[in-house]
Design a protein around this ligand. Structure first.
Ligand code: ZN
Length: 299
């Protein structure tokens, strides 16, 4: 049994996990205050949760929204000041749980969750890509999460696919994220129609045959296809597992995604099936618990 924590820009989800299943979970808002106060509160809530469940977890898994290397969170543009630059063991101390803690970037934790209990079961190598406000990616190769020199292996969101494309949050133009993330799709639709709709409404319109909505999704699918082609060549995974809102709009994205993938990737690296993720929002929590269990040598 494990404690799992998923820190995001707007909320911190926490859970008690047993054999890849969430026994209890809750969340608090991410507040504009140093991590000390926030994590002490989360630690207290987790202790209360364990008491209620009469459980005694032996370890903690922590999912963080940024690359981790040299035992340090290196970047996290969505978190309040004070989080970046902390050492992983400092987070463990702030929680006051007195348990070994194992941390990793959220997209990798999501991928590990799918590996342990979702669409990645039985796959030794796959690329996990998640679409939400931004785009995250993580690679599992030969059963191991790939970290890379700076903890950012597989982060394809800021890979540039359209040099003259829309401006991205990172300051450059035409990143995958600037074309295919939820916000980018909403923005592109608004630019062309003057209508401000949610991603779900645009997806519904595309399914009903709205030409502009279809073309916005086609372009997003093409951008994702370029990113997947690069991953296919470099890492040769069995499949791509698509999480976040991407999983829900895969029917709209897949035709242009697969076409762009086929145009770019070598036939030896194909076919590369694109599978919908199975765990949904709790994937990083389940992945974090699994990672912690592996950290103890029990998985
Ligand atoms: Zn970018």
């Amino acid at each position: 049994m494990e404690f799992a924590i998923d820190v995001g820009g707007t909320k911190i989800a926490y859970a008690l996990v047993d054999k890849n299943r969430i026994l209890a979970s809750d969340r608090v808002e991410t507040r504009q205050e140093p991590p000390e106060q926030q994590l002490r509160e989360v630690g207290q809530r987790l202790r209360a949760m364990a008491r209620d469940q009469k459980a005694s977890p032996k370890t903690v898994g922590l999912s963080l929204p940024g690359p981790i290397a040299r035992d340090t969170l290196l970047q996290a543009p969505n978190l309040p000041k004070g989080w970046v630059g902390q050492r992983i063991q400092d987070y463990a101390a702030m929680l006051e749980l007195d348990l070994p803690l194992f941390a990793q970037r959220d997209a990798l934790m999501g991928g590990l969750g799918e590996y342990a209990a979702g669409a990645g079961r039985g796959l030794q190598s796959f690329f996990y890509i998640t679409l939400g406000t931004g785009i995250g990616g993580g690679l599992i190769l030969d059963g191991q999460p790939v970290l890379g020199a700076d903890g950012a292996a597989g982060e394809v969101g800021h890979f540039q696919v359209e040099p003259r494309g829309p401006v991205c949050g990172c300051g450059r133009r035409g990143c995958v994220e600037a074309i295919a993330a939820g916000r980018a799709i909403e923005h592109a639709y608004e630019m062309r129609t003057g209508q401000k709709l949610s991603g779900k409404e645009i997806a519904d319109r595309a399914r009903a045959g709205d030409a502009v909505a279809l073309s916005v999704y086609r372009r997003a699918g093409r951008a994702l296809g370029v990113a997947c082609a690069v991953v296919a060549q470099v890492a040769n995974p069995h499949a791509v597992i698509a999480g976040g809102s991407l999983a829900e709009s895969l029917d709209l994205l897949q035709p242009s995604l697969l076409q762009s993938l086929r145009q770019r990737a070598w036939s030896a690296n194909l076919p590369l099936p694109i599978l919908p993720a199975q765990l949904g929002g709790p994937a990083p929590l389940i992945g974090a618990a699994y990672w912690a269990r592996r950290g103890l040598g029990q998985a």
